[in-house]
Write a protein that binds this ligand. Structure first.
Ligand code: ATP
Ligand code: MG
Length: 401
């Protein structure tokens, strides 16, 4: 039987540590060993790239160092499925510190110094879990949720942003163990407001892509996306004017493919115009949300959108989100007619909440950070919960869509 090759990366500024591990594992032909002479924090975003390329990452760390903990969290959230994170810590590490490391995403805390035999044994034990997955799966297969609006200002961006935030699981709306890596893409090229709504630095990555005509790779996305604490990765719309047809279908498809490989959920804020490159988004979407009010023009437009998108993706699940109306106890005739026209049970209602919406915009933060208990925040949390139930993170069920 051919022994599968395992690739191991050791990150440590301490030569003695890397030499000891090298001596313990270097002779094994089934192991490919790389070393980076650096701390995790110094490697910064680069470490995330390495997490995509190795089966095991071994690093030494100080649990008291907050920057290190953040670096571990980023590594854990962005690792390829099955990549195992091993932290080396001095033998007398406290239980509280060890727990801090595992909470950040470390799979195992190994006492250091460690003998070669102990290390090999640990790798073998952990590798049994890891190897089959890493060899068969190219990565995660994140779920794509596209968000469209029935009219300008209907609340699509508010839903996309706060749904993405809730899907990370940090706000407590989901099951405790459900912590997800979520990408939020602002494809409203010309009028996108996600960057300002999250107070991000202005950038024109999507415009540059349009101008260069290149197909993006993982490195491009890693360099351009902003990672927020809690697992939200944001690709904002350009701050400068971009023609709405500036992107090509293959560029958009590549962005989604890459993001699906590295995130559990990819939430896309769609442009108002139905340009050709919206097609790959709809083709890849697991679910389309249409955010609307129940006025006659909005309901009609929502219906047209729904019918159009279903011609692109026949099996597409369309969910209507009624914004600025709380869930009614008894439905009025208008609400019943809207439900019939949209062929929808109208399960999701988001109440009007000017105060919370305004505070979020003013402070450049998601609703949960400024008004965690507001009815609007909670209603979006419920929407996130329903989505995770209908579309569990693929990594967890171990299957593609
Ligand atoms: N349920 C709500 N209660 C109160 N204000 C809301 C609600 N939903 C959205 N808003 C506010 O309405 C405005 C428009 O919302 P948003 O930008 O999300 O809509 P949109 O459909 O993306 O609009 P655009 O056409 O500009 O893309 C924003 O100021 C937002 O804060
Ligand atoms: Mg918008």
């Amino acid at each position: 039987m051919k022994v599968p090759m395992k690739s191991i990366l050791v990150i440590t500024p301490d030569k003695a540590v890397s030499q000891a591990i090298g001596a313990a594992l270097g002779g094994d032909p089934a192991i490919k060993l790389d070393t980076k002479s650096s701390t995790l924090t110094q490697l910064n975003g680069q470490a995330v790239k390495f997490a995509q390329e190795h089966d095991f990452i071994i690093f030494d760390t100080d649990p008291g160092n907050e920057a290190d903990i953040h670096a571990i969290e980023a590594l854990a959230q962005n690792r390829r499925d099955g990549t195992i994170l091993l932290a080396l810590a001095s033998g007398d590490i406290s239980l509280a510190d060890a727990r801090k490391l595992t909470r950040a995403g470390v799979d195992e805390v190994l006492p250091y110094p460690i003998t070669g035999a102990e290390l090999t044994e640990q790798l073998e034990r952990l590798g049994k879990k890891a190897v089959p997955e890493t060899r068969s799966a190219p990565g995660r297969i994140g779920r794509v949720i596209a968000v469209a609006q029935a009219r300008g200002g209907s609340g699509a961006t508010t839903v996309a942003l706060n749904l993405a935030d809730a899907l990370t699981g940090k706000s407590g709306f989901l099951h405790k163990a459900d912590k997800h890596s979520v990408a939020l893409v602002d494809f409203d090229l010309q009028f996108g407001t996600i960057g300002s709504a999250l107070d991000l630095e202005e950038q024109d990555a999507l415009l540059k892509l349009a101008q260069d005509g290149t197909v993006p790779d993982l490195r491009f996305l890693e360099q351009t996306m902003t990672k927020l604490p809690g697992g939200l990765n944001v690709l904002p719309a350009p701050s400068k004017f971009a023609p709405v047809d500036a992107l090509r279908n293959d560029q958009v498809a590549a962005i989604l493919d890459l993001l699906r490989q590295t995130n559990d959920y990819v939430v896309v804020d769609l442009p108002r115009a139905l340009v050709s490159w919206v097609e790959p988004v709809i083709e890849e979407a697991d679910e389309l949300l249409i955010v609307t009010d129940l006025t006659v023009p909005s309901v009609r437009h929502a219906r047209r959108l729904m019918d159009f998108f279903k011609t692109v993706n026949i099996g597409l699940t369309v969910t209507i989100v009624v914004n600025r109306e709380g869930r009614p106890l008894m439905r009025t005739s208008v609400q019943k007619e809207a439900a019939a026209a949209l062929d929808s049970k109208l399960e999701f209602w988001l109440p009007a909440d000017d105060k919370a919406a305004r505070a979020a915009v003013d402070q450049g933060k998601p609703l949960f950070s400024v008004a965690s208990r507001s009815p609007l925040t909670k209603a979006i949390g419920q929407l996130a919960k329903a989505i995770t139930k209908a579309l569990p993170a693929a990594a967890r069920v171990g299957a593609a869509k």
